[in-house]
Every structure is written in structure tokens, then in C-alpha cells.
Ligand binder design. Structure first.
Ligand code: ACO
Length: 320
């Protein structure tokens, strides 16, 4: 018994913020952003919210999977930028799509959110609790940026991606997840501080802060290790993998992983050029693009991998 991906969907906000327009917001240049990261533009929520993007991505995934909302018995949303502390985005999606038979909750595993969600669904399926799930990554990261900090605001974007998965004989072959909370400080954003009749707190809202070089070192070490583990556990060589669908943080990270695995960059589809880094949504949005472009055939082996704040990481080897 395992978990099969049977449909994908995604949704990006209409507004596109190009690097050239970014030059009018902070002191930066198209050349700096492109050469350091590969990013050329990103989508920004104006009318959209984390929930509205998640709902639209979910509807598109259900359509692609030819599945009715009532058939879904589990909804997991990975997000670090939910609209509300409660109710969860997953419960809001459940209501909006009419998935009346689902149990719904959010998880925070940052950019690994989709991979962690897949792992939770897989465990639920194995235990016999549920059979068909919607796994969603949804973010409006633009609201969590300090728009005067050029070292972070140029990197991120908004959007949502979703997949319908079901209990099946074929699908996920092997997967791994991990965390290193001791290094959490390299990429963080504080919630509201303690505030009650006994504590006076007028701390200003916090925004995303990052030690880019530490995140870079973590990613280029951990991602190849995680991918090698899922391949090793399954006895599958990297040459047998058609595509490596990685979290879209930075083209230099992806190039380093491709080199470390001895695999050509042609096997690493990317969309960071037009989307930037959308944390938990990056992997499912890219997977949807690869799927909708007709690049996948039944039986193809692909690797999904995410990494990010926490620190967290996850990888899965999947038969399409
Ligand atoms: N435009 C112009 N100059 C800038 C910008 C910008 N947007 N941002 C920083 N700089 C300047 C800095 O001020 C610094 O100037 P100084 O030398 O005069 O002090 C100079 O550029 C170099 O800054 P660094 O931070 O050392 O730049 P670096 O080469 O490390 O690149 C980057 C920064 C792209 C973030 C890199 O560290 C990286 O790729 N890190 C990986 C982490 C990542 O991709 N994180 C994304 C989110 S994390 C995740 O999803 C897991």
C-alpha cells in the first residue's frame, strides 16, 4: 500500500512584480537578482488571499483528478502565511469546495510543507484512517516581508499549488523527512509576542529575516543527501529518475544539487524565474506545471524535494 498523486492544480495572483519594477521599491537591480538567484519576476497578491489561492488550486486539482469534493476525506494545507490563526486554511478550503466528509488541518513545515503533508497522508492511508486527500501548499509571503530589506523581499512570491492523492498499490516508493530546530534562527519570522494584563508589549510586527549564506550551505548539503537516501532506500539510480522537482529557492542551489547528483540540469524543471520562492507552494505549483505541460507519462519516476525554515527538509521518490 502506498500513495498515488492523481491530479494537480495551482493558482498564481494576477499581479506580476518584475525585477525592473522592484528597482523602484528597494535599492537593487535586475542584474543582481538574476545573477544571484535566477529570479526575474514574482506574483503578488492584491485581491487574492492565502485562502482564495488555496481554494482555486484545490478546485483545479480536483478537476484534474476527476474527483468530487465529497470523495476527499483529508485536507492538509502547508503554509507559513495563513490568513487567520484560526480557523485553519484547510477548514476554510473544506467549506469553500464543499468537502463535507473531510478532516482538515494546517501544518507549518515552511518550504517542506508539501512534502510533510504528503508524508502525513501516506501514514494515514497506511493506518487505514483515510483514503483520498488534498495536499495544498499556499502562501502570501509578500505580507511577511520588510519591503525596505532588499536581501529578503526580492526573493519571495505568492501562490498556491495542490495535489489530490489516494491510497494505491503504486505511487510513493520511498520518502524521508527531517528537521534541525537548533538552526531555526537562520530563517525566521516572529508571531505576536506575549501580551496580557500582566505583560505590556508594544513590540512592532516582525518580518522575515534570513542568513542567506547559512540557508544556502544547509540546502546544498541536505537536499542531495535526502534525495540520495530515497533513491538508495528504493535501490533506484539517479539515472532512472525523469525529473527532480525541487523547491524553487535559488537557481544556484538547484545547479549545485544537479552537480552533486551527477544529473543534467535538463532533468530539473524550474519556475523560480517567473514565480520566485513561494515556500510550501513551490513544489506543488511546479509539479502542476510539469504535469499540465504533458511532461509526465504513467510509470515515470520523479523525485520531489523541499527544504526550508525550521530547518526542515523532505524528499520523495514517486512513480507517476
Ligand atoms: N540587491 C542588491 N544588492 C543586494 C541585495 C539586493 N537585492 N541583497 C543583498 N545585496 C548586497 C548585500 O548588501 C551585500 O552587500 P555588501 O557586500 O556591500 O555588504 C552583497 O549584496 C552580498 O550580500 P550577500 O547576502 O552576501 O549575498 P549572497 O551572495 O549571499 O546572495 C542570497 C544572497 C541570494 C540570498 C544567497 O545567500 C542565497 O542564495 N542564499 C540561499 C538562501 C535562499 O535562497 N533563501 C531563500 C529562502 S530560504 C528557503 O526557501 C529555504
Amino acid at each position: 500500500m502506498t500513495t498515488r498523486i492523481i491530479g494537480t492544480g495551482s493558482c498564481l495572483p494576477k499581479k506580476v512584480l518584475t525585477n525592473t519594477e522592484m528597482e523602484t521599491i528597494v535599492e537593487t537591480s535586475d542584474e543582481w537578482i538574476k545573477s544571484r538567484t535566477g529570479i526575474e519576476q514574482r506574483h503578488m497578491a492584491i485581491q487574492e488571499t492565502t485562502t482564495s489561492l488555496a481554494v482555486e488550486a484545490a478546485k483545479r486539482a480536483l478537476e484534474d483528478a476527476k474527483t468530487q469534493a465529497e470523495e476527499i476525506d483529508l485536507i492538509i494545507v502547508g503554509s507559513v502565511s495563513t490568513d487567520r490563526h484560526f480557523p485553519s486554511t484547510a477548514c476554510e478550503v473544506q467549506s469553500a469546495i464543499g468537502a463535507v466528509n473531510a478532516t482538515a488541518f494546517d501544518i507549518n513545515a515552511a518550504c517542506s510543507g508539501f512534502l510533510f503533508g504528503l508524508g502525513i497522508a501516506n501514514a494515514y492511508f497506511a493506518s487505514g484512517t483515510f483514503r483520498k486527500a488534498l495536499i495544498i501548499g499556499a502562501e502570501v509571503l509578500s505580507k511577511m516581508m520588510n519591503w525596505e530589506d532588499r536581501s529578503t523581499c526580492v526573493l519571495f512570491g505568492d501562490g498556491a499549488g495542490a495535489a489530490v492523492v489516494e491510497k494505491s498499490e503504486e505511487g510513493i516508493i520511498s520518502m524521508t523527512q527531517g528537521s534541525d530546530g537548533a538552526k531555526g534562527g537562520v530563517l525566521s519570522c516572529c508571531n505576536r509576542p506575549v501580551n496580557n494584563p500582566f505583560v505590556t508589549n508594544d513590540t512592532a510586527l516582525d518580518y522575515t529575516s534570513m542568513n542567506g549564506q547559512e540557508v544556502y550551505k544547509f540546502a546544498v548539503r541536505t537536499v542531495p543527501e535526502a534525495i540520495s537516501k530515497v533513491l538508495g532506500d528504493a535501490g533506484v539510480s539517479p539515472d532512472e529518475v525523469k525529473y527532480f522537482v525541487l523547491h524553487q529557492a535559488n537557481i544556484r542551489i538547484i545547479e549545485a544539487v544537479s552537480k552533486r547528483l551527477g544529473q543534467s540540469m535538463e532533468k530539473f524543471p524550474t519556475n523560480l524565474q517567473k514565480c520566485g520562492n513561494i515556500s510550501a507552494a513551490s513544489v506543488p505549483i511546479l509539479l502542476d506545471e510539469v504535469n499540465k505541460a504533458g511532461m509526465l507519462n504513467k510509470g515515470d519516476k520523479i523525485v520531489l524535494a523541499g527544504f526550508g525554515a525550521g530547518l526542515t527538509w523532505g524528499a520523495a521518490l514517486v512513480t507517476w
